[in-house]
Design a protein around this ligand. Structure first.
Ligand SMILES: [Fe+2]
Ligand SMILES: [Fe+2]
Length: 244
């Protein structure tokens, strides 16, 4: 069995135990299969499809806050928490600390272009500068800036190969951000983007209650229930495998 087959078999066994059938979103399976071919449907088991709360995931409160997403969906969030702590230790502004705390949250939705996803999901709730820093950290990570001691990440050499050249849209985003008045905000995210975080250091999200309270406009209805252009994205993180 290949790794994928083993994972699918385990998942099938798990879904047999659930009352309802789980269908994975196309975005999770495209690439493992030709997206033009209809996705395999679960065998007709007489069960209903899983809608609403996913029993495999921790239950979210009815009005989820950003803290709730950190507690129940963004784990393990050590990378984000340690980056934010480093930014604070380095004396950066609260907005940059928040940008560091949120910089990779887009990856809980989609790996590709995570800077853009990440900036978009928080855009209605943070300042433009914070969203800018999150969006452009993705491109800036590929480009050194010796003026602030930022080198090309060694990890990227290992992960992407020594001859990897960023895609054209990443090159264009870098040029745009490099000439922008908020360039340093995005750059500061990259200098505090701890690549190899210490697994023994545990940082609690409560350490950033003050920063979140001052710079993240938490909607009283809860993230996902507030009818903004990105509410559906938060709802999708609450129930990532809802079939509709
Ligand atoms: Fe990132
Ligand atoms: Fe990161």
């Amino acid at each position: 069995m290949t790794t994928l087959e083993r994972a699918e078999a385990a998942e099938h066994a798990m879904s047999q135990e659930l009352d309802r059938v789980v269908v994975k979103s196309v975005i999770y399976t495209s690439g493992e299969r030709d997206p033009r071919v209809p996705a395999p449907r679960p065998p007709d088991s007489g069960k209903l499809y899983m809608m609403g709360q996913d029993p495999r995931l921790p239950q979210m409160p009815a009005r989820p806050t950003l803290m709730d997403f950190f507690k129940y969906r963004f784990g393990p969030a050590n990378h984000l928490l340690q980056s934010a702590r480093l930014a604070r230790k380095n004396g950066l502004s609260e907005e940059i600390i928040l940008a560091c705390l949120l910089h990779d949250t887009g990856q809980y939705l989609c790996y590709a272009d995570h800077g853009y996803w990440g900036a978009q999901i928080v855009e209605p709730y943070v300042s433009e500068r914070v969203a800018f820093a999150i969006r452009y950290h993705q491109a800036l990570r590929f480009y050194p800036d010796q003026s602030v001691g930022y080198s090309y990440p060694e990890g990227y050499l290992l992960m992407f190969g020594t001859d990897y050249v960023p895609l054209p849209h990443v090159q264009a985003a870098y040029t745009y951000a490099r000439n922008h008045k908020w360039y340093m905000d995005a750059r500061m995210v990259t200098t505090n983007d701890l690549y190899s975080f210490d697994p023994n250091v545990q940082v609690d999200i409560d350490e950033f209650t003050d920063v979140i309270g001052r710079h993240f406009k938490q909607p009283k209805e809860g993230l996902g229930n507030d009818n903004t252009p990105v509410s559906h994205m938060w709802r999708s993180m609450v129930v990532p495998d809802a079939p509709l």
